[in-house]
Design a protein around this ligand. Structure first.
Ligand code: ADP
Length: 151
């Protein structure tokens, strides 16, 4: 069984993440969307809200599961028999950052990182820009799946 973990903050999930997950479903038997808990980070949405947004977006997709985890991604992989880490690439800055993480992870465990290039029409979307639009009362609904709604 080929399992991949897609780790991130997903604060909130965007159409960019959505596109990567949809495409990964065709490559893997299971895609575990895993929200990393970082006690030092401040989030706009609670862990429960972020998990629910993703669960609702993939309610009809049996291959997608949503979890949260603490600690190293490679430790989560070892414990859960996950052999692939999935990451999305938008631009050269993403590449440089992801390269360092992927090399470090490979030093730590024999786990492959698989990169999917973002779709052209979602490559400019980031959770931080979505948060900015929300904070300033703009129309964020074009940037996120329908499941993401601000109360
Ligand atoms: P992190 O806190 O790890 O950066 P994010 O939730 O911002 O978490 O991102 C998780 C993953 O999704 C990363 O691999 C990131 O490169 C990817 N990603 C973010 N936005 C997009 C997008 N618009 N298109 C494709 N991949 C994306």
């Amino acid at each position: 069984m080929k399992r991949a973990i897609f780790p991130g903050s997903f604060d909130p999930i965007t159409l960019g993440h959505y596109d990567i997950i949809k495409r990964a479903v065709k490559l893997f038997d299971e895609v575990i969307v895993a929200i990393g808990i970082n006690a030092e980070k401040k989030y706009m949405f609670s862990l429960e809200e972020r998990m629910q947004f993703i669960k609702d977006a993939f309610a009809n997709e049996a291959k997608v599961t949503v979890v949260s985890y603490e600690g190293l991604t490679v430790d989560f992989c070892k414990k859960n028999n996950v052999k692939f880490i999935l990451r999305g690439l938008r631009n050269p800055a993403d590449f440089e950052f992801e390269k360092a993480i992927a090399h470090t992870n490979r030093d730590l465990a024999p786990i492959e990182t698989v990169f999917l290039l973002t779709a052209a029409n979602t490559s400019y979307i980031s959770s931080s820009i979505v948060r900015d639009v929300i904070r300033n009362h703009g129309d964020y609904t074009k940037l996120v799946p329908n499941s993401v709604r601000v109360k």
